[in-house]
Design a protein around this ligand. Structure first.
Ligand code: 5AD
Ligand code: SF4
Length: 460
């Protein structure tokens, strides 16, 4: 059996895609390995969102070049493929810059991998970065229908791909193409197969997941809210999440899902990106700071225990100190359970990269540090607020210490608990005793309760 090594960079969408590539290639006789040196086929599933992410790929390819040469001396062939968003954005340029690469495949073409591998075997340089008309999703699971491997208790399910929003800093509309939603029936089918394979929690993925508008079985387009209501009817699918959302697409059906579905976990990643209206307009976000704050109020009215998460960019072209202070103020006003923050990175081909007033890196670094301190303080406060509370934990895997398991709280925090290994894949009530750096410590409550979020203790 040939061995496949997939290295994944970037977002959860890539994690999902990497698993589907492995499923597809399993049908072709490739077995997954975690050891790079053993691999007959190496795939790098790459990210282009910031310059740093893209450059990582080339340094990894440098290492792989040496490995490939060493294996060749032993008479072993190694095929190297670059997949993902760097593949889409740079295409043939990768083949020129990195002669170690045999094939390049963009995110919409993974169902063509077997043919591409055959082509590259004949002649180096097979490349596929089209946005084909046929649906990769229809082909991927079909090829691997019998191969849906339970990779754990939780799973990702891509429901939507691409983006039509064109924020001026972002490469996604170019690398992932325009918005495409998968049909409802296909998603229900895949979710059921995941549950049959032992999955209890599914996170719906999309670059703009709440813009979901897939064809429903009744011939109309369904919203994400409606899809969530339907998925919540699947027996054994105890927890649902979705990521990542745009504030403009939080509609009433989605708020109703947060209000009505106990399966929908009370955690929402909803990026604002920046706090100042001038910057938001320059980013083409099409919402103001006031719109965002009003929306969060409505979300909290629907689901009072919801924890907020978000993304921020510091040092967008022209950002003044006063404008940056407005970003800090948004953080104070919202109170995030967690958030991601990044220095603005000029991406080739995006409108903002052509702006004259780029911000010096030292200024960006200093702003990033101030922002991260504030976010970290809020995350610690949020974790601390869970101490003394009792709630359901979904146990996922053994912990570092003997006899310990790690699970997730409804708010996505890792929870460490002394518990028997039979509880992996189960939901049980835990009382929180203490907090770690980014996690909680708790004690099992007997008897094990049913799968609902049992809240006690105070709200935030
Ligand atoms: N520079 C910095 N951060 C970016 N993001 C997207 N594009 C850029 C960029 N050019 C961030 C946004 C987005 C997250 C996935 O990455 O915050 O929400
Ligand atoms: Fe990028 Fe904006 Fe689309 Fe998100 S909404 S993927 S930040 S263009």
């Amino acid at each position: 059996m040939k061995k496949l090594y997939v290295k994944t960079y970037g977002c959860q969408m890539n994690v999902y895609d990497s698993d589907r590539m492995a499923d597809t290639l399993a049908v072709e006789g490739y077995e997954a390995t975690g050891t790079l040196e053993d691999a007959d086929l190496i795939l790098l599933n790459t990210c282009h969102i910031r310059e740093k992410a893209a450059e990582k790929v080339y340094s990894e390819l440098g290492r792989i070049r040496k490995l490939k040469a060493a294996r060749a001396l032993e008479g072993k062939e190694t095929m190297v493929g670059v997949a993902g968003c760097v593949a889409q954005a740079e295409g043939a340029e990768i083949l020129r810059r990195a002669p170690v690469v045999d094939l390049v495949v963009g995110p919409s073409s993974y169902h063509h991998l077997p043919e591409l591998i055959a082509k590259a075997r004949d002649k180096r340089g097979a490349i596929e970065t089209e946005f084909p008309i046929e649906d990769k999703f229809e082909h991927l699971p079909a090829a691997s229908r019998e191969k849906t491997i339970a990779r754990g208790v939780t799973a990702f399910l891509t429901v939507q791909e691409g983006c039509d929003k064109f924020c001026t800093f972002c490469v996604v509309p170019y690398t992932r193409g325009s918005e495409v939603s998968r049909p409802v029936a296909q998603l229900i089918d895949e979710a059921k197969r995941l549950v049959d394979a032992g999955v209890r929690e599914v996170t719906l993925l999309g670059q703009n997941v709440n813009a979901y508008h897939g064809a429903g079985p009744d011939g109309t387009d369904w919203t994400l809210g409606r899809l969530l209501h339907r998925l919540a009817e699947i027996p054994g699918l105890d927890r649902l999440r979705y990521t990542t959302s745009h504030p403009r697409d939080m509609d009433d059906a989605l708020l109703a899902a947060h209000r009505d579905l106990p399966q929908l976990m009370p955690y929402l990643h909803l990026p604002i990106q920046a706090g100042a209206d001038r910057v938001l307009a320059a980013m083409n976000r099409k919402h103001t700071r006031a719109d965002y704050l009003a929306l969060i109020e409505r979300i909290r009215a629907a689901r009072p225990d919801i924890a907020m998460s978000g993304d921020f960019i510091v040092g967008f072209p022209g950002e003044t100190e006063a404008e940056f202070a407005e970003t800090l103020a948004v953080v104070d006003e919202v109170g995030y359970a967690s958030a991601y923050s990044f220095k603005y990175s000029a991406r080739p081909g995006t409108p903002a990269s052509a702006e004259a007033d780029q911000i010096a890196d030292a200024v960006k670094s200093e702003r990033l540090q101030r922002l991260q301190e504030r976010i970290d303080a809020q995350a610690r406060a949020f974790n601390r607020s869970r101490v003394g509370m009792t709630f359901d934990v979904l146990f996922e895997k053994p912990g570092k210490r003997a006899g310990q398991l790690v699970g997730r709280s409804p708010w996505l925090q890792p929870v460490h608990v002394m518990a028997p290994s039979q509880l992996i894949g189960e939901i049980a009530a835990v009382v929180i005793d203490d907090i770690g750096t980014n996690s909680l410590f708790g004690t099992l409550i007997e008897p094990v309760t049913e799968s609902r979020v049992a809240m006690s203790g105070g709200k935030r």
